[in-house]
Ligand binder design. Structure first.
Ligand SMILES: *Cc1c(COP(=O)(O)O)cnc(C)c1O
Length: 364
């Protein structure tokens, strides 16, 4: 058995099942459910998460890049897998792995057309309704439709788009405008005699806030750790807990510094705990100098000075604790959203950065 780090990310599959049930209850039973497991299921463990979700009955998976789909197929995931952002010259591998590419530009469509001369090629068309990342603009769709009609071996699986700020009530008008543009776009396919088996537009917060846009399928990261803007819907449970233990406690006198460049200087006699987690593990330097706190015996201990590669130091002056005691960075009580917020970022950035050195423990 290889050695495992004491610093662990505990993944609670019962919380995942809970969240899936809650989100499923928001949609009609006829609506299909696509689980988004990109970026190692948001920094957790995409294989374990996908296996559990397949058991729970999700209809589709989505990954960002083809290599993430390859991992899922290698571990026996059977359900269709959409590649949200396929890259150039990988179509051959994508089709061999039975993955389904998003087509988001004319270059991509040309490549698919070439392949479709010899085989049926499943594709998903992305429409850009305002995010301006990937996808065809509505004004480009007539050409897309024409090309699809001329190449009947292209197997159109879905047409989809993505909301700009589905979690933000201030952005209601913008999202509603996107939904209207999407409706008009799919109407053009219909008018041209092309059947769209699935339309999809909503992510997790979209499922909750835009019921009118569920269409035939919804897409969701299942609220693995909260929503992109750092809020958490109270009905969902965070599935991950990041924990470590105290390595050493130092007594400091007034005027002594802590860490590189003495990023913190004691203004009185203090006790400082050193923890075995650093920026190599995803606790980046944005959390330096009190921008985040960890929890020891349920009391907050703020990060002192600069985050090091393998360590952080925290203030335990008023906390009764000793070497070996448990430390929580986030869990179901102290959310990842809260941890991230203090440093001005979002939970998604925090969790997807959790490095490979951190031990993953999956609890059924
Ligand atoms: C990441 C992603 C999602 C999932 O978003 P959540 O807010 O985590 O549910 C859905 N659709 C697209 C296109 C994405 O990139």
């Amino acid at each position: 058995m290889p050695l495992k780090n004491k610093t662990t990310l505990e993944i609670d599959l019962s919380a995942l099942a809970h969240n899936y049930k809650i989100l499923r209850a928001e949609t009609s039973p006829k609506t299909k459910f696509m689980a988004v497991v990109k970026a190692n299921a948001y920094g957790s463990d995409s294989i374990q998460i996908a296996k559990k979700l397949e058991d729970l009955g999700v209809d589709y998976f989505a990954v960002a890049y083809a290599l993430e789909g390859e991992v899922l197929r290698a571990h026996g995931i059977q359900k269709p897998i959409l590649v949200l952002h396929p890259q150039r010259d990988q179509l051959d591998e994508i089709l061999k792995l039975n993955l389904e590419p998003t087509i988001y530009s004319f270059k991509g469509l040309e490549e698919v057309i070439a392949y479709s001369q010899n085989q049926r090629v499943p594709i998903h068309i992305k429409v850009n309704t305002g995010l301006n990342r990937l996808g065809f603009k509505p004004s480009e769709l007539d050409s897309v439709i024409e090309l699809l009609k001329m190449n009947p071996s292209i197997d159109l699986k879905s047409v989809y788009s993505h909301l700009i700020a589905s979690e933000d009530s201030q952005s209601k008008a913008i999202c509603q405008g996107q939904i209207a543009a999407f409706n008009k776009s799919v109407e053009r396919f219909k008018k041209a005699g092309i059947t769209i088996p699935l339309r999809h537009m909503t992510n997790t917060s979209g499922i909750l806030n835009y019921k009118e846009a569920h269409f035939e399928m919804v897409r969701s990261g299942i609220g693995l750790y909260g929503f992109a803007n750092g809020t958490y819907d109270s009905h969902l449970k965070p599935i991950g807990s990041l924990k470590t233990v105290i390595s050493k406690i130092n007594q400091l006198s007034k005027g002594e510094g802590v860490g590189y460049n003495s990023g913190f200087v004691a203004d009185k006699a203090m006790r400082v705990a050193t923890l075995p987690i650093g920026h190599a593990d995803g606790i980046t330097r944005i959390y330096s100098k009190g921008k985040a706190a960890v929890w020891i015996h349920n009391q907050p201990a703020e990060i002192l000075g600069n985050v090091c590669m393998d360590m952080i130091m925290v203030n335990v002056t008023s906390i009764e604790c000793q070497e070996g005691d448990e430390v929580i960075l986030f869990d179901q009580t102290h959310s990842a959203c809260e941890f991230a917020e203090g440093a001005g970022t979002i939970s998604y950035e925090l969790i997807t950065a959790i490095g490979p050195r951190v031990n993953r423990i999956v609890k059924q």
